[in-house]
Write a protein that binds this ligand. Structure first.
Ligand code: ADP
Length: 428
């Protein structure tokens, strides 16, 4: 089942036509309504009429997080405040939060893309959704809630945290679908194991996980620990919230569909800003083609990934690979660039480890040191030096860095208590 088959399988030429029409309308609106954009156009020597189609997008300047901060809180809104029906803010993971707004039309689009995403993840009308994303300023909770309601699901608005209660609800309310951060899904799986709850007795079949980077290692752990099929959902408040892209449950590991009739993606070179060919890794940039209250042109997300079309996919829309990390979370260790997800990928290959881990970065003199703290699988001895040596060697061979390895007993590394988990402690 697809939620909106005609649009999700729209032939590419038609999709481009639709995107071009929408972009032309957007540019006109921004020029007229948002002083920031009018000035951006003037500086670039452009008039709205110069943008004839999606192929002209690259002539436009980027919008960056700093621009949103400079126009805090409402300077980027393109509709009168009386029209605004909801205000959210980014989680503030990196600095001061940015404020975003939605009118009724925008909330309709939000519901639509989340409904499409839930269907792609395996959810169906009539199922129950255990929504463990945080409700509040964070877009996760209410975003998933609205889309699930639109789809015709019964939403259980649990929100994040209070793990005891989450487990009771999972057992007693029999939801077929759960959504939360991947790190919190790890916590829930670990708690089930600790309390002797057999995941086979739970009704949960699908998990929709996002809001932070994760890899196959966590997928395997969560799928086994909760007996679900887990897919990736991606989004950011500036562009909409969750549901900008979603992995299909039958196409796991091949990337997440970006709903490109609403969000036009580009991947650009981090240094030069030049658009990169499909398959190459760079910074993800989005243009919101249909949003009315808080539309953005070429928004520099800072998330690192690549784009590709999948000829074997059920849909025609473009896919994005899993996010490696945020550009500003990239660690530079003795001249080598490092995302923590690279360590997670190595952990996946070591069957004596589970992906409960964190990295501690320190500086001794002028030397940066990374300590990898990671749990061994249940029943194994964390003090066994052969295990640490094997991990150390594997990291050296794949990442090219020597790291200090500190294996830990199962259950000893703190996990997510409900939301996003910070896996790096940079003490430099
Ligand atoms: P904040 O930027 O303050 O965390 P948001 O809650 O809007 O605010 O978070 C959006 C960010 O979360 C994205 O830009 C991205 O870095 C991260 N993110 C969201 N979903 C995913 C995902 N599925 N995989 C990796 N990272 C994700």
């Amino acid at each position: 089942m697809l939620y909106n088959p005609s649009i999700e399988t729209l032939p590419l030429a038609k999709l481009r036509q639709l995107q071009s029409e929408r972009l032309r309308a957007l540019v006109n609106r921004l020029y007229e309504k948002v002083p920031f954009y009018r000035q951006q156009f003037t500086v670039a020597g452009l008039m709205p009429g110069d943008i004839k189609g999606i192929e002209d997008l690259r002539r436009l300047p980027f919008t960056r997080k700093a621009d949103l901060r400079d126009n805090y809180p409402y300077g980027m809104f393109a509709t009168p405040m009386e029209e605004v029906r909801r205000i959210h803010a980014s989680s503030g993971t990196t600095g001061k939060p940015t404020v975003v707004g939605y009118n009724q039309h925008d909330l309709g689009v939000f519901n639509e893309v989340v409904a499409r995403s839930l269907v792609a993840a395996g959810a169906r009308p009539g199922m129950r959704l255990h929504n463990a994303y945080g409700y509040g300023l964070f877009t996760g909770g209410l975003g998933m809630h609205g889309g699930a309601t639109r789809l015709g699901m019964a939403v259980i608005p649990v929100s994040g945290g209070m793990t005891d209660r989450q487990l009771t609800i999972l057992q007693d309310f029999s939801p077929e679908v759960i959504c939360c951060t991947p790190s919190y899904a790890q916590t829930l799986a670990a708690e089930c194991a600790k309390r002797g709850i057999d995941p086979a007795t739970l009704s949960t079949r699908y998990a929709v996980l996002g809001a932070e980077p994760w890899t196959e290692a966590i997928r395997q752990q969560v799928e086994a620990g909760l007996q679900v099929s887990a897919t990736n959902i991606y989004g950011l408040s500036e562009i909409m919230g969750p549901g900008v892209s979603q992995e299909d449950v039958d196409e796991k590991g091949t990337g997440s569909y970006i709903w490109e009739d609403h969000f036009f993606p580009e991947v650009v070179d981090r240094e030069t800003g030049q658009p990169l060919p499909y398959g190459e890794e760079g910074v993800l940039v989005f243009t919101t083609l249909t949003k009315q209250t808080f539309p953005l042109l070429r928004y520099w997300t800072n998330d690192i990934c690549s784009l590709h079309y999948d000829p074997n996919g059920k849909r025609t829309h473009i896919k994005m690979a899993a996010i490696k990390g945020r550009a500003d979370d990239m660690l530079i260790i003795r001249g080598v660039n490092l995302f923590y997800t690279q360590v997670e990928e190595v952990i996946e290959q070591m069957d004596f480890l589970v992906p409960n881990y964190r990295l501690i970065v320190t500086r001794e003199g002028t030397m940066d040191q990374v300590e990898v703290q990671v749990e061994v699988a249940p029943g194994l001895d964390a003090a066994n030096p052969d295990l640490a040596a094997a991990l150390s060697q594997k990291i050296k061979n794949t990442i090219g860095l020597s790291m200090k390895i500190s294996l830990q007993a199962p259950g000893s590394i703190p996990g997510s208590e409900g939301g996003k988990l910070s896996r790096v402690e940079d003490r430099r």
